[in-house]
Design a protein around this ligand. Sequence first.
Ligand code: ATP
Length: 266
Amino acid sequence: MLLTTHGLTRRYSGLVAVDGVDLAIPEGGIHAVIGPNGAGKTTLFNLLTGIVPPSEGGIVFDGQEIGSLPAHRRAALGIARTFQNIRLFSGMSVLENVLTGLHPRLPTGLLATMLRLPRFRAEERDAVASARAALEMVGLQALADAPADALSYGDQRRLEIARALVAAPRLLLLDEPAAGMNPAETQGLGELIRRIAADGTTVLLVEHDMHFVMELSETISVLNFGRLIFAGSPREVRSEPKVVEAYLGARLAAKLHAHAGTTHGQ
Ligand code: ATP
């Protein structure tokens, strides 16, 4: 297994967002975490990348316990991510945005950077070559010098993926990569994710588009109310009563909530 968690738990004053989760993600291929709204998916990603510390439990990446490491150390070990909402630097070019993804791995210290030592210039050349390769992977090489905010929505999401890919991560976490995309963009994204996995990067995605998840993923882990309720192949997940029940329960709760809203308003 490339990544495992053991009793991973995150509490927020009374609420258990992630509750004793034992996740197991094999090396290679495409894997998904699904679950109804509020199930704990984003919190799980935040725990894996070091944005929030666990309340309890551990995370093992490539045989090493990483649960107490800060985010930049985990990035340097090869864990990269994209966020649910686009987070690009709008005043920068497409290429410059990708270069910011190299920050955790640039070995040159701040002083050397400021003094522009020859060593730094060589690193900068390598960095630009890596950034161009990442842009080529996502199909944006022709737009390298364009301002990032001039890109279409779908291309901005691709740019975020290029920024996560530039440091050649071993594990790429994608938080709702298809959100807001039209069907053609979603299809292109699926092809890109397959290319990334074929290139040797293990992909773990959180996604609400069930068709997309089922088509792409080798394994799916299902969260509900912070707990891992099932893990298996798409076929197993589809026919698992616990999963169907969790989704039906969530839909029913949403309907009751909406109904309560309308009756209150009358
Ligand atoms: P969605 O699919 O809607 O994005 P999710 O599965 O990603 O949901 P999380 O965003 O991880 O779910 O939230 C899980 C639970 O933890 C929710 O009840 C949420 O309100 C709560 N939660 C998340 N972050 C915090 C926080 N910083 N403080 C308090 N509660 C939080």
